[in-house]
Design a protein around this ligand. Structure first.
Ligand code: SF4
Length: 255
């Protein structure tokens, strides 16, 4: 892994800016390992990110072309870059607030158009960098700076949203399930069309502390407990699935 870090990361921008225990460093490692295993030349890639902690996953750390753009707009910038140079392998990495709230319309319409790009939502179920506010993926009952008594709104299932809009590759994993996450990242990289990965990546500072996790590792263990594979979920009732996070590959069309 050290060789992968050295090969793909700019030494001068290290250390990474994430808080201790943050899932985003693990997610960055998974992305780099998937790219390495896929044999893609990083010089043929463009990474686009928006505002928030997840925006720092690719930019400015990955030794490739990176664009760090305005809040909610990475998919719009990525679409423009792809249209200008169709040979580019374009990857968007951003957070749930950026992609699903402020940039929600860009997400829906890029999926509808099946634009050839990989979009990774580093989903920590909260606005991290901007102060710990509720986001569209915050779970019911979760405490945030804007839901002090617990969130009363149901979370948005991003995979079902982009699937309904027309995305041709849709999957979910977590930074706990590292090999699974790398596997779907590799598939997304080789897919032609709109590939969306909902990557659960816990925020121990803004989310974990407010929701009384004793440590970052406790939060990770709880994430594992909440997850269930798509295969098992198929045999369960909606009632039994309440509060569960289904991981797996939901759509793989056209490969
Ligand atoms: S605030 Fe949360 S998401 Fe942001 S770097 Fe810290 S732990 Fe990670």
């Amino acid at each position: 892994m050290e060789a992968t870090w050295k090969k793909y990361l700019r030494r001068e921008t290290l250390p990474l800016p994430f808080c201790p225990g943050c899932g985003h460093g693990i997610l960055l490692g998974a992305i780099l390992r998937a790219i390495d295993a896929s044999g893609i030349d990083i010089k043929d890639m463009l990474f686009v990110s928006g505002i928030g902690c997840a925006g720092w996953i690719p930019s400015p750390h990955i030794k490739a072309d990176t664009m760090h753009v305005t809040h909610g707009r990475p998919i719009a910038f990525a679409t423009g870059a792809k249209l200008f140079n169709p040979r580019l392998k374009v990857m968007v990495v951003s957070g749930d607030g950026d992609l699903a709230s402020i940039g929600g319309n860009h997400l829906i319409h890029a999926a509808r158009r099946d634009v050839d790009m990989v979009v990774i939502c580093a989903n920590n179920e909260i606005y991290g960098m901007t102060g710990g506010q509720v986001s569209p993926t915050t779970g019911l009952g979760a405490k945030t700076t804007t839901t002090l008594a617990g969130n009363v709104e149901p979370p948005l299932d991003l995979c079902r949203l982009v699937e309904a809009a027309g995305a041709s590759y849709v999957a979910r994993s977590t930074v706990f399930h590292l090999e699974h996450l790398i596997g779907i990242l590799k598939k997304a990289l080789s897919h032609k069309g709109f590939s969306f990965i909902d990557a659960l990546s816990p925020c121990p500072v803004q989310y974990g502390r407010r929701n009384l996790y004793a440590s970052a590792s406790e939060q990770l263990k709880d994430l594992e407990k909440r997850c269930i594979s798509l295969e098992k979920a198929r045999d369960m009732t909606q009632e039994a699935l309440k509060g569960k996070i289904i991981i797996g590959e939901f759509v793989c069309r056209g490969d």
